[in-house]
Design a protein around this ligand. Structure first.
Ligand code: HXC
Length: 257
């Protein structure tokens, strides 16, 4: 697929997808969503890639779904064109996805960042769900993910009363992993992702799946899911190599099998 609304690049084992509609604050129109998920799925299948970054620009990660594209839509169109379901494709990505957020992450932009596995925020990042100000509510998981991450009170305030969080607040509340200076924020995210991309790929995959299970199930079921992911790792070359490398006091050489 030739992309018009996203840019892709690789740095070592890190794949980067940059949202590229700066004239519209990176608002997600259908074209950009389609290209974003295509690019993510291509990197996900590429064995030379160990972690994926999604970023925007300094001023805007993304200002949400494209309001101009949605304004006249009927419920029928929203359903038949799968304009909401398309956002769920992020859940199919097996490799760690890191959002590198600077500036506005609003509406679907905030929701997309929350549906990534980790977030590196620049000092200028601002997170919010302003849908209420245009007569709707979040539709790409904002009410659910914010409630799980922040608890009921703050999630309610964000969704019902358009409370935005600064980068410092987001760090304080555990919404982001790191806050870094605006200058070089993407390089900082790449350094963060490179560390992950250098780890044993199958173990990383199982680790991601296991943590995600915690958001889906009871503790009992979650612990079963963890065990289901733990045992098969003992059939991998990387488990033998990792433990032998520890014993021999050397760095492990991962093969991804
Ligand atoms: C379409 C958008 C847009 C959006 C900005 N633009 N956000 N276009 N959809 N979500 C466009 C503006 O219309 C403008 O185009 C250009 O980008 C620059 O924006 P300005 O508003 O002039 O910039 P600024 O004053 O710096 O304000 C930045 C901003 C503001 C705070 C981010 O643009 C804003 O509030 N945007 C809307 C945020 C929002 O409500 N998001 C939720 C969307 S609903 P022109 O042509 O005038 O230059 C949603 C639901 C998700 O996300 C559900 C998914 C299923």
């Amino acid at each position: 697929m030739t992309y018009r609304t996203v840019l892709t690049e690789t740095r070592g084992r890190v794949g980067i997808v940059q949202l590229n509609r700066p004239q519209a604050m990176n608002a997600f129109n259908t074209a950009m969503l389609t290209e974003l998920f295509d690019a993510l799925e291509v990197f996900d299948k590429d064995e030379n890639i160990g972690a994926i970054i999604v970023t925007g620009n300094e001023k805007a990660f993304a200002a949400g779904a494209d309001i101009k594209e949605m304004a006249q839509a009927s419920p029928f169109q929203m359903i038949t064109e799968a304009r909401v379901e398309i956002w769920d494709r992020i859940r199919g990505i097996k490799k760690p996805v890191i959002a590198a957020v600077s500036g506005w992450a609003l509406g679907g932009g905030c929701e997309f960042a929350l549906s990534c596995d980790m977030i590196i925020a620049s000092e200028s990042a601002k997170f919010g769900q302003p849908e209420i100000t245009i007569g709707v509510i979040p539709g790409a998981g904002g009410t659910q993910r914010l409630a799980r991450l922040l608890g009921k009170q703050l999630a309610m305030e964000m969704v019902i009363n358009n409370r935005t969080l600064t980068a410092a607040e987001a760090l304080h509340f555990g919404l982001v992993n790191r806050v870094v200076p605006v200058e070089g924020y993407l390089d900082a995210a790449v350094a963060f992702a490179e560390e992950i991309a250098a780890r044993a790929p199958l173990a990383v995959r199982m680790a991601k799946d296991s943590v995600n299970a915690a958001f889906e199930t009871s503790l009992t079921e979650g612990l079963k899911a963890e065990k289901r992911n733990f045992y098969p790792l003992f059939s991998t070359e990387d488990q033998k190599e990792g433990m032998q490398a520890f014993i021999e006091k050397r760095k492990a050489d991962w093969k991804g099998r």
